[in-house]
Structures are given as C-alpha cells and as structure tokens.
Design a protein around this ligand. Structure first.
Ligand SMILES: *[C@@H]1O[C@H](CO)[C@@H](O)[C@H](O)[C@H]1NC(C)=O
Ligand SMILES: *[C@@H]1O[C@H](CO)[C@@H](O)[C@H](O)[C@H]1NC(C)=O
Ligand SMILES: *[C@@H]1O[C@H](CO)[C@@H](O)[C@H](O)[C@H]1NC(C)=O
Ligand SMILES: *[C@@H]1O[C@H](CO)[C@@H](O)[C@H](O)[C@H]1NC(C)=O
Ligand SMILES: *[C@@H]1O[C@H](CO)[C@@H](O)[C@H](O)[C@H]1NC(C)=O
Ligand SMILES: *[C@@H]1O[C@H](CO)[C@@H](O)[C@H](O)[C@H]1NC(C)=O
Ligand SMILES: *[C@@H]1O[C@H](CO)[C@@H](O)[C@H](O)[C@H]1NC(C)=O
Ligand SMILES: *[C@@H]1O[C@H](CO)[C@@H](O)[C@H](O)[C@H]1NC(C)=O
Length: 903
C-alpha cells in the first residue's frame, strides 16, 4: 500500500492549482495586489528568487513526506487496515483513475479514503442552522465532478429521543431545525473540518468519525458509525457486515422503512435513512455505514435514542403513522389463483368440499386497467371482474382484487375511424352532445397529460409486461376523477396493490446509464432493470423519473386511499407510510426465503409495519409441488403466526386442496389453528407487532440478541420454526421466566440463555407459552375468520408462573393474567391463581358479545387448560383440563365471574 499522491503529480498539481486559484479569487485584497503592475514585477522576481525554491521544496516534501495540502487542514493517513478502508469513489479501479486526494493500494487495485478523509466540508465558525459549509476539495472522486460549493447542516430536535440530521444543498433550500429544552442526547459539531458526534446515555450513537462527506450533482456520500457492536435491520437479523442494500423500489427491495437498530451493551438506538432518491447503503466490514445517493437535495437521517427497541419503534411510528384499518377478517386467509384451467367456481366448490377456510378471494384474476376503459363501454374487462366479484360474494367471502398501477395500452382500432367521424359531428353540434360522447371517459387520450414520457421525444412511454404494452400514470396528486374512471368496476372489500414499484420488463440499455450519472453500480443496475426507464419525464415536471420512483407505489396507494379511506389496502412499495398494510410479493419458494420472510416480517413489525402480509410457499411461478412439498407444509405451519397471510398461486397450485391425504390435513389444520388464535393476534395487534425478534422482546437478555431462528409472537408466545429440510431437532434458547410447550403444557427446564433441544416431526411446529400468561383462543373453526369469531366458543390456556419461597413446605404463589380486546374501550380481563380464574370487563359495551342482532364475538368459554399446577392436580400428563361453561354476558350484571379451577 502506498499513498497515492506519489504517483500522480500531474493531476495533483492541476487540482491544487485550480483550487488555490479559486481560493484567491474569493479574497479581494489579493486581487488588488495581483493586479497592481509594479507589484507584479516584484512578485515575479520574488517568485523566481524565493517562492519557486520554497514551492519546489514544499512540493517535493509534500508528496514524499505526506505533508498536508496547502490549505492547512488535516493531512490524513493512508496507513489504514484493510477492513476499515472506505472506498474512494467506486473503489476498485486502475491507479490513474483514483482521485489524487485518495490513497491507492496497488495490490488490491483499491482507491480509498484517508483518515481523516480529505473529502470533507469546512465550517469556519461555530455551527448553527445557517452557517454555510464549503468543500475542502474542489472536485469529488465521482467522475471528477465539481463539489457543491455550499451546504448546510440542519439539526432538528424533534423530541427528547428523536433527532433529525439533514445535510442539504443550501443554494435553493433552507431548513430550520427546532430546539427543545430537555433531551436525552447531546451533539458536538467538530470544526473546521466538519464532524458530527451524537452522544446519549449509552455512549456515542452516531459519529461521522472524520469520514468522507461528498456532495456533487447527482451524487452524495457520507460515512458514519453507529456502534461497534451488532446492528439489526434492512431485512437482516443481525445486519451482516459487507452487505449493500439499495433504496430503489424493485421486486427484491425492502418492504419496510430503511431503519437500522444498533446496540451498545444492552441499549439500542436507531437510525432511519429518509432519502427518497436512489440510494445505496453499504454496511462496511469496519462497522461504518456508507450512504451513497443519487440526489441533488441532500441526505436526511432520523436518529432515535432508544434505549429500548420499543421506544425506537414508537418514535418511528410518529413519523410514518399507524394503521387504523385493522378489521378482523384481514387476519384471515386470502386466496388468489392464476392457475390456468381452474376456474373460480370450481375452486370454490372444491374448497368448500374440503372444508378449506378462507376469507377472501381475488376473483377471476388480477386486474390490469385498460387504456380504453370506461364504465359505459363493454370493450374492457369490467364484466369479467364484476362477475368474479359476484361469485366470490355469493360464496360468503370478501372480494379482494389484486391491482397493478400500470395501464394496458390499447391502440385505437381502425374501425373507430367511423366513430371518429361521428365524434367530430357531435362536436360540431355543440357541447351538450359532446359530453354524452362515450369516448370521453377513456383513460387515453383523456388523461394523457399525467403519463410518463420519453425524455427527448416526449412520446408516451410504453413499458412491457410479458408482451403487453403498458403506460405509467403519475399518481401523485391526480384528480379524483382519474381513479374513478380507472376503477370502472363494482364495490370491493379490500384491495391488494401489486407490482407497485412499478414493474416494467422492457429492455433498457442500462449500460448507458453510467454515461449520464456520475455513480451507477451493479446494485443499482439490478434495481433499475425491471422498473421504468430511469430518465422518463412528465409534461409539467422537469424532474427525471428516477427521483420520483421511490414514492411511485405509495402515490398509487394514496390515490386509492383517497378514493375510499375505509376499505383496507395492502400494498407493495409503500414509502414512509405506516398507515396501510404491507403486501410482500415475488417470493420464490425456498427454505432460505421462508426464513427471510419470518425475519422480514419480524423486523417490519418492529419498524412500525404491524400489518404485514406474506405469501405462503412464495408467490412466483417457481414452485414445484412435487419436490417442494415439505417446504410448503412447513411454510403453512409457520403461516399460523405471520401477522397476515395470502395464498397466491401462479401457474402451479399451492393452496391446500392441491395437496393430498395427510399433507392436506396438516396444511388445513395449520390454517385452522391460525383462525383459532386470531383473538390473541387481534388483541396483540392493537398495541404492538405480532411477530418479533428476540432482541426486541428481551432487550436485556444478551444471550438471545443475535438469535434469528426463534421469534416471539406477541408478549406471551414463542415459536421455533423448522428452517431446514428433514429437520428432526430444533433448539430453543430459553428467555428468562417459565416456559411451557403450548399445547401439552410440558414445562421447559433450564436457565435463561440455555439451549433446549426438542425433537420435531413433519407436522410439528414448536410453540411455547410464557408462565404468568393466559391465552384466549377458539377451538372449533368455521369457514371464515369472522364466522369463527362469532360462533366458536372461547378456550383458555392458563400458564401459571409460580414462586416458591425458600422455606420448605410453603405453598407456592401462582398467578397468570390475560386480556381479550373486544373493541375500542372494551376488553375482557382474565386473572388466575392456582385455584381460581377471575374474569372482569374493562369497559361496559357488551353488545359485540351479547347482542344477538349486532354481536360479532363468541359469548362463552367452554374449556380451560391449566399449566404449572402441582402434578397430582393434573388430569393429563402435563396439565389439568377443565370443561366448563362460562357465559361472559353475566358481566353485564355482575362485576366479576369467578371460575373454580379445581372443581
Ligand atoms: C465483501 O464482499 C465482497 C463481495 O461481495 C468480497 O469480494 C470481499 O472480499 C468482502 N470483504 C470482506 C472484508 O469480507
Ligand atoms: C379438488 O379436490 C380434490 C380432492 O377432493 C383434488 O384431488 C383436486 O385436485 C381438487 N381440484 C382442484 C381444481 O383444486
Ligand atoms: C388497421 O389498419 C392497418 C393498416 O391501415 C391494417 O394493417 C390492420 O390490419 C388494421 N387493423 C384492424 C384491426 O383492422
Ligand atoms: C354514429 O353513431 C351512431 C350511434 O351512436 C350510429 O348509429 C351511427 O351509425 C353512426 N354514424 C356513422 C356515420 O357512423
Ligand atoms: C414475464 O417476463 C419475465 C421477464 O421476461 C419473466 O421472468 C416472467 O417469468 C414472465 N412471466 C410470465 C407469467 O410469463
Ligand atoms: C450497451 O449494450 C448494448 C447491447 O447490449 C450495445 O449495443 C451498446 O453499444 C452498449 N452501450 C455501451 C455504451 O456500452
Ligand atoms: C435515457 O436512458 C436510456 C437508458 O439508459 C438511454 O439509452 C438514453 O440515451 C437516455 N436518454 C436520455 C435523453 O438521456
Ligand atoms: C418438479 O420436479 C420434478 C423432479 O425434479 C420434475 O420431474 C418435474 O418436472 C418438476 N415439475 C415442474 C412443474 O417443474
């Protein structure tokens, strides 16, 4: 490794001279002296006689001894261990392309930043919101572009635990952050080379550590450190080093907000990257995080102090909002089938025959709007969609169609020529007739102004979806008539917005993109490949498409929400939006993906996306029912505990009726079990995420932090999924407290952090319940979630936590509590010891339980399992089972119901 400056004197001289010259220009008295003729002569002599030798000397040693550039700021060292080197520019490059202010390692052909990096901004006075930062080096290591000459840093103290850092181009923006009195953090801005360090009680939670800050046209870069310990987020648990994530919505993109949880000892803090332009995030092997963005505005980061993961989630939800649409049936089973040769009627009758429960169906197939669409025309797919909706409703299910944002482009046909004449005639006849013209409600040409266009010709851009030409409207702020004309179909009960990044398979010559953008990497190329061409534009907006891309899907979803804000929406590619449910899609069936779906849902949940729908056995064409049966069965078993699920078959069937014999019954019982547990899921989702990583649920249990093979389900359940083919054993790492196997009551022996090995079979899915809790569920399953909720009596599992005092023969003190959410301001409260169960109500609206006409909840409890009693009280191997009949409506009169557990 050698300092790179040695080998490129010429370039160095150029840029140094250029920079000093620029600097001189700014200093007025210099100008005057230099323009003074007699002085000039003197200066020439001085230069030849004194300055030249000095300069030569200086220059010689500058290069050889690594003296600082003439600006007097830090020199920076190139002696950096390999794993902490940050790439300067793209990193891997021939020596002559490496920027002269970077270091170069000839062995690895790696161009990297000094420490401190020379690419920094200079702040020549104490920081405040309106102090302007100037670049130290005039050019950036990306295509040698010029550095932006004026930046500002805004620090917004949002709350005692939430801080916003914004670096932005101050030429045409101005931001002013707020100051608050008491806060749990402090920050230091280092001068003159800017450095930002944020401290909280657990230590330094954000530090730019004298890394690079680069800003230029279409490329910004910053590096910082959050911790030396583990991080979690961006779909990874824990976040592996040396990974790159891209923020540019695409088929394999992130579904949740770009949030990183970082840990210092037992405290957690969070960072959310709030940049809606195409952005690359590198988790560097040396723990730095490098954020590179194709932006012209700047970079914005939310920093959350924690110290509990839950606090971070709550702060995030203050920004992205929370879902208010949760309806009970949304937690049920959602089916969509695009399998050729199997029609809807057949599917439904087969499902009914096989007692397959499900709540909604997408009808005859996903909807793609047509450009000649119109409520009053019959050329479109309207009749087809409406007939599908009717079949679904007649079967007692909800109609939840799948909708894509693009519009199938249909060329005007030749025979419309005749109508054309008619149209013109009408126009001639006057406005009244023109308005009744059926043509006027077509999407094209009526709304052609909102369509994305090619950059030069301004022709409407046509993407490709498997041979179909499609056009892309800009949904941001479209008039409500637009959505009304697009949605020419009847009522829907919910909608899944898919392919919403948006999808476009067309060929794009992305190899040419690097000619236009100073930075373009393979990761970005992958993300750009199946999305609309990056340089599209709109008629009335000169911004290129790539800057609007990340919000495209969200704009589509918002347009739907605006049209009807009471109907549930699931959507892919939301943007900083916690108000709608997440739809995961394009998941291939594989063991890795089953694990990834669990991790994503868990991380998504604790990032504020509590309603998160994941496809069982994936949802792509790549599924082989013969070879992947075991995987699919395990996936169904895991689906019991996902916050929301869908069964989406493309080409190959993956719904339960496609399996035979034993397999079908395992799959069906997994779905039934899910419906039975919905009372608990529904209660949990009122206050928090369902599926949770260990570090979130047990933030003080150090031995559990990095475990990603077991998950909490709400506060009281723990699952250990099988994640490999033909797995016969599973390891459970015990959290503190008492744990029982959920259905048998077998008590787990061991201390916190101990691994417990359990055998597991094909039909098993290890689930545990925490001592001290009461689970409310339903045993008998009806054909939908709502019917089960209403018709099936409750059952309880009482898992006791008993404490024995040290004296022998003292009786243990046992307790357990639980809650069932009924509706806002109405819950049932359960509390038990080793003899009695006491039920009370928190609230007094009993109609949902007791009103025959309007009720929607079961009103009775039929059986109770008790875990943790003395062995002689058990009437089964590991538990006591009590059959009973409790009419919950007695609470309308009595303040409490007491059930004797030992009678
Ligand atoms: C990081 O990943 C790249 C490839 O993705 C690999 O070539 C490189 O060796 C890795 N570096 C470290 C330090 O693991
Ligand atoms: C209908 O159910 C039978 C089993 O009852 C199954 O063999 C068949 O494949 C199913 N047909 C469809 C279209 O799902
Ligand atoms: C439309 O016109 C073109 C040429 O005028 C002809 O080739 C094409 O077959 C016509 N299409 C229809 C549907 O009539
Ligand atoms: C004009 O349209 C009407 C129906 O709207 C149709 O009956 C008539 O034949 C059309 N006239 C011509 C010239 O095509
Ligand atoms: C559509 O095209 C893409 C890319 O060409 C391909 O990966 C995908 O399988 C195709 N889908 C269908 C349904 O043909
Ligand atoms: C990009 O690739 C296409 C074909 O793959 C080729 O024709 C074109 O010349 C390439 N452009 C550049 C700038 O390399
Ligand atoms: C737009 O992007 C495409 C694909 O990268 C490229 O071939 C084309 O030259 C670009 N056009 C303009 C005007 O930038
Ligand atoms: C599934 O895999 C089996 C065995 O590899 C193969 O024979 C069969 O053709 C595959 N089916 C599909 C639909 O790819």
């Amino acid at each position: 490794m050698i300092p790179h400056i040695n080998d490129s004197k010429d370039e160095l001289v150029d840029s140094e001279v250029f920079y000093s010259y620029e600097k001189l220009n700014n200093i007025k008295w210099y100008d005057r002296i230099l323009l003074n003729r007699p002085l000039k002569v003197t200066i020439v002599f001085l230069l030849i006689g004194v300055a030249a030798p000095v300069l030569l000397y200086h220059f010689y040693f500058f290069t050889a001894l690594n003296l600082p550039p003439s600006d007097g700021f830090s020199i920076g060292s190139c002696l950096i261990p390999r794993e902490t080197r940050l790439a300067c520019g793209v990193g891997q490059m021939p020596q002559d392309q490496c920027h002269p202010h970077c270091c170069y390692d000839r062995n690895l052909q790696m161009c990297f930043h000094r420490i401190p990096s020379r690419f920094s901004y200079i702040i020549d006075q104490q920081w405040s919101e309106d102090v302007v930062l100037h670049p130290r080096i005039a050019t950036v290591p990306f295509s040698n572009q010029n550095s932006l000459s004026q930046l500002r840093l805004s620090i917004d103290e949002q709350s005692a635990t939430h801080l916003v850092l914004t670096f932005y181009n101050s030429q045409n923006n101005s931001i002013s952050g707020k100051r608050i009195g008491s806060k749990n953090y402090s920050y230091e801005i280092g001068i003159p080379e800017i450095n930002i360090a944020v401290n909280a009680s657990q230590g330094t939670i954000f530090d730019t550590a004298r890394g690079p800050l680069i800003a230029s046209d279409n490329i910004w870069e910053i590096a910082f450190k959050l911790t030396n310990e583990s991080m979690y987020g961006l779909g990874e648990l824990p976040l592996k080093k040396n990974t790159t994530k891209v923020i540019y919505s695409h088929s394999g993109g992130l579904s949740s907000v770009p949030l990183i949880f970082a840990r210092i000892n037992t405290s957690f803090h969070g960072l959310m990257i709030d940049v809606n332009e195409p952005t690359e995030i590198l988790i560097h092997p040396g723990d730095q995080i490098v954020v590179r963005s194709i932006t012209n505005f700047g970079l914005k980061f939310h920093l959350f102090v924690g110290p509990e993961p839950k606090g971070i989630m709550e702060d995030v939800m203050k920004i992205i909002g929370r879902n208010k649409q949760l309806k009970y049936w949304m937690l049920g089973i959602h089916v969509c089938s695009e399998v050729p040769d199997i029609d809807l009627d057949n599917f439904i009758s087969n499902a009914t025959r096989n007692q397959m429960p499900f709540d909604s169906h997408c009808g005859h197939g996903p909807i793609v709007f047509n450009s000649n669409q119109c409520k009053t025309s019959n050329v479109s797919n309207i009749g087809e969609v409406n007939s599908g909706a009717n079949i679904v409703r007649e079967a007692g299910k909800k109609f939840v169609p799948y909708v894509s944002p693009y519009i199938r482009y249909i060329k005007a046909e030749n025979d419309t020529l005749e109508e054309e004449v008619n149209k013109t005639e009408r126009v001639i006849y006057g406005p009244t007739l023109h308005t009744v013209n059926t043509e006027s409600c077509e999407i094209l040409p009526t709304y052609e102004d909102v369509m994305y266009r090619l950059p030069n010709t301004m022709e409407i851009y046509k993407g490709d979806i498997n041979g179909t030409e499609v056009v892309y409207p800009d949904y941001k702020g479209v008039a409500s008539e637009f959505l009304n004309d697009l949605w020419a179909y009847d009522h829907y009960d919910g909608v899944v917005l898919e392919n919403n990044w948006p999808l476009d398979y067309s060929e794009k010559h992305l190899n040419e993109t690097a000619l236009y953008l100073p930075y373009f990497s393979e990761n970005l190329e992958t993300a750009f490949a199946n999305t609309p061409q990056w340089n599209l534009t709109l008629l009335n907006d000169s911004n290129l498409y790539l800057f609007n891309h990340n919000t495209y899907g969200d704009n589509f979803a918002q347009a739907f929400a605006k049209k009807d804000n009471t109907t549930p929406i699931w959507s892919t590619s939301l943007w900083m939006n916690g108000g709608l449910a997440i739809n995961r899609q394009n998941i291939d069936a594989s063991w890795t993906n089953l694990h990834r779906e669990l991790v994503s849902a868990a991380l998504g949940g604790i990032s504020g996306h509590w309603l998160w729908s994941s496809p069982i056995c994936g949802d792509t064409e790549n599924f082989n029912q013969t070879t992947q049966t075991n995987l699919c069965i395990k996936w169904y078993l895991a689906a019991t505990y996902f916050p929301m699920i869908k069964i989406h078959s493309k080409t190959h069937m993956r719904y339960p009726t496609a399996f035979n014999g034993t397999q079908r019954s395992i799959v069906l019982s997994a779905l039934n079990r899910r419906l039975g547990l919905l009372p608990y899921f529904y209660t949990t989702l009122q206050e928090g995420p369902l599926l949770r990583p260990m570090f979130y649920q047990f933030p003080l249990s150090e031995s559990l932090y990095d475990i990603n093979t077991q998950f909490s389900v709400g506060d009281i359940l723990l699952i250990v999924p099988n994640l490999t083919p033909s797995q016969s054993h599973a390891h459970l790492w015990l959290p503190g407290g008492t744990w029982y196997e959920l259905w048998s009551g077998l008590r787990m022996e061991g201390n916190e952090g101990d691994p417990v090995t359990m055998t597991t079979a094909e039909a098993d899915f290890l689930t545990f319940i925490k001592g001290g809790s009461i689970l409310v569920y339903q045993k008998e399953i009806e054909q939908t979630a709502e019917n089960t909720q209403f018709f099936s009596p409750f059952s309880l599992v009482i898992a006791l936590e008993c404490t024995r005092s040290n004296e022998e023969q003292s009786t243990p003190q046992c307790h357990a509590t639980g809650k069932q959410f009924i509706k806002t301001n109405m819950s049932l409260i359960f509390s038990a010891n080793d003899t009695n169960l006491v039920i009370t109500a928190d609230g007094n609206d009993f109609d949902p339980i007791c009103d025959i006409a309007t009720g929607y909840w079961a009103y009775d409890i039929r059986d109770i399992n008790i875990y943790g009693l003395d062995e002689e009280l058990n009437n089964y191997d590991n538990h006591r089972e009590v059959s009973t009949f409790v009419d919950l409506c007695h609470l309308e009169i009595d303040p409490e119901i007491v059930v004797n557990l030992l009678s």
